[in-house]
Design a protein. Sequence first.
Length: 146
Amino acid sequence: MDERSPNERIGDERPRQRNLVLILARQFAALLATAVFLVDADGTVIYYNEAAERVLGRRFIEGHGMAAEEWSTVFRPSDDGGNVLPLEQLPLGAAIVRREPSHGSVTIHGADGVLRRIEITAFPLFAHTDDFVGAIAIFWQLGGDG
């Protein structure tokens, strides 16, 4: 018989549950025709789907493993006035940094050189009430077919 307390046994499950949340989020993203971008708790890209590839102008294989400092600047996200936005002011940044849902519009420079206005909804992912495992952003191109 297992002599550990229920909390100790639950603690053993956390790494598995953390991984399961990210695995399920990736599967969800892979099935959608809407662009989805998934990062781990550190903000490192762990997946984005084909629809996101079209909007970002970059294949996932080229963007896998990008740190938050890279993806939040490589696409030069800016506001309506053309001011470059720091990570904390991006919807996905809010989900990572403040661990709260966020929504907004930004203009990005795709890796293919195309300027795109996108609408983003992002939210943090938790395995337990206080166990932050990453964040997900769902986005679409405004006035375009992305």
